[in-house]
Design a protein around this ligand. Sequence first.
Ligand SMILES: [Zn+2]
Ligand SMILES: [Zn+2]
Length: 266
Amino acid sequence: MIADFHMHTCFSGDSKADVDNVIQSAIKKGMKYMSITDHNDFEFENGIFELDTEKYFEYMSKKKIEYKDQITLSVGIECGLEPKYADRINSLLNSYDFDFVIGSSHVINGKDPYYKEYFENRPVHDAMVEYLMSISENLDIFDNFDVYGHLDYMMRYAPISAEEKRYNYDEYGELFDEILNKIIKKGHGIEINTSPLKSGLFDTNPNLQVVTRYKELGGKIITVGSDAHEAIHVGHHFDVAEQMLLDAGFTYFNVYNQRKPITINL
Ligand SMILES: [Zn+2]
Ligand SMILES: [Zn+2]
């Protein structure tokens, strides 16, 4: 795999990674394309996830030029999608010429599944249903993104064993079909996010069944990202992602430049 399209640096509230270290790590690992996709989530955790977009965009645009002979750096952003911030999100995304936008669900009705309160007093199944329903609602509201991030992100943090997190597609089949069809109809894509594998979980976000179903339903655009928050995790477990793509019937994956998908054959 020669492209990592989801990674964070010290511009994100939850990363201390030095930008040059992240870029150089990608180059060392043989990447030809990469996108740094720092977080913007409005008004969450006292605003620590609000990106200083002006500074970020200017800085990354310089890095893009600085490293252009070694790697194609797409200036990206991972935008937390929440209906109540729709206007602010759209105006932020319209104000900068990003190369790549990941739309993600991090905060669901005011709660982040990263914290155990999200799962309190209900079965994991119900928490997952709420999560997927909110993605489906977001898809009726938002169009300004390229791929939807880590579709089953909340499962990373569910208070159950790694084995129990391996849900069957059919358990949420209707909701997933609805989500995947909406994404396809909009002409957008999904990502394979390998981050859970580094903490000992068995499945990427989302899992192989979801990716396979996406292909069956006619999904064409797919990116691969490590969600690295440290330089060492760039491209982590991309061997697994590559095999997943093949198993799901993909002979390629995508990168983005100037918000346009580019196909890279496996
Ligand atoms: Zn995320
Ligand atoms: Zn991320």
